[in-house]
Design a binder for this molecule. Structure first.
Ligand code: UTP
Length: 301
């Protein structure tokens, strides 16, 4: 239900990082273009954006920018060839892909941090609330897209919303961890947060991940943020500033979330989407069961 808050139409996708965890693959192609089954990771994100009602995506790119933009653009030669060969289903797939959303690319000249990358979208976003989607994070909202879940909270409350997950204790120091107060099922008011705390100083086990909805005031908060953890301009520090001035909510994602920027998380995401795949799912499941059986029988190395 929309209580007077205009629907959000723009999403910034920061994709200008170095992707060092995916070297050497990320040396020649952006890690966001590595496929999970047959679709580049970035395509899952853009599909989630479109399914959530986003009309314009602001892609923040660095090196190798053309591969990402080209993927969502017209490919005349390819489309002509598919038409000539009567490959209608594949042609439709290409046309649908470029009609998902409008993609605008802006450049981050140096990877100065996630906060800085988001600030690079300011010129296109302007003075309106917007979403941020991290392409490292795949969210299968199982019925309600991950970003849509946050937008529903925004449309009701009109304030910033960040995605949250329950973080297992050994991983606490990988995330921005929040100090919170529950306000409704899965919904929290956030009072404070610490970027990558030691387990003993973490205020809770809820970590900020994947998706955000911000009022335009976040840009000023980022501009006032000095380089923090790792010498980078951290978005967590800017959200902290915002939370000191107005309400910030946190929503615990319903469904599954995968850290596809990490090798093991990527493999887990591949398993998940391969099992759900309409053409491959059944056969992949058999393959997996066969493999699991041989592993548990101690036959496979
Ligand atoms: P990460 O820190 O996970 O990505 O940033 P990274 O730096 O590319 O990866 P590793 O750690 O070296 O493997 C989260 C998201 O923010 C973007 C990244 O592209 C990624 O999608 N990002 C990060 C930027 O766009 N610019 C930056 O300066 C930093």
């Amino acid at each position: 239900m929309i209580r007077g808050n205009r629907p959000i139409r723009k999403a910034v996708i920061p994709a200008a990082g170095l992707g060092t965890r995916f070297l050497p693959a990320s040396k020649a192609i952006p890690k966001e273009m590595i496929p999970v089954v047959e679709k580049p990771i970035l395509q899952y994100i853009v599909e989630e954006a479109a399914a959530s009602g986003i009309e314009q995506v602001v892609l923040v790119t660095g090196r190798q920018k053309t591969a990402m933009e080209d993927h969502f653009d017209v490919s005349g030669e390819l489309e002509d060839a598919l038409k000539q060969r009567g490959k209608d289903a594949l042609l439709e797939l290409c046309v649908k892909l470029r009609e998902l959303v409008e993609v605008v690319a802006v450049r981050q000249h140096e990877p100065l941090g996630l906060g800085h990358a988001i600030l690079c979208g300011k010129g296109v976003v302007g003075e309106e609330p917007f979403a941020v989607m991290l392409p490292d994070d795949l969210v299968d909202g199982e019925g309600r897209p991950g970003l849509r879940q946050l937008l529903d909270v925004y449309e009701e409350r009109g304030e910033a919303v960040v995605g949250l997950i329950e973080v297992p204790p050994p991983q606490i120091s990988w995330y921005g961890i929040v100090k919170h107060e529950p306000v409704a099922p899965n919904l929290y008011r956030i009072w404070d947060m610490i970027e990558k705390p030691r387990p003993e100083e973490a205020p809770s086990n809820l970590g900020i991940v994947a998706r955000y909805v911000f009022p335009p005031e976040i840009f000023r908060a980022i501009e006032e943020t000095k380089p923090g953890w790792g010498g980078e301009i951290q978005i967590t520090d800017a959200i902290r500033k915002l939370a000191g001035e107005r309400a910030v909510y946190g929503w615990v994602f319903q469904g599954r979330r995968f850290d596809a920027g990490d090798k093991l998380g990527y493999l887990e995401a591949t398993l998940h989407y391969a099992l759900k795949h309409p053409e491959l799912g059944e056969r992949f499941r058999s393959l997996l069961l066969e493999r699991a059986q041989s592993l548990s029988g101690g036959k496979a190395g």
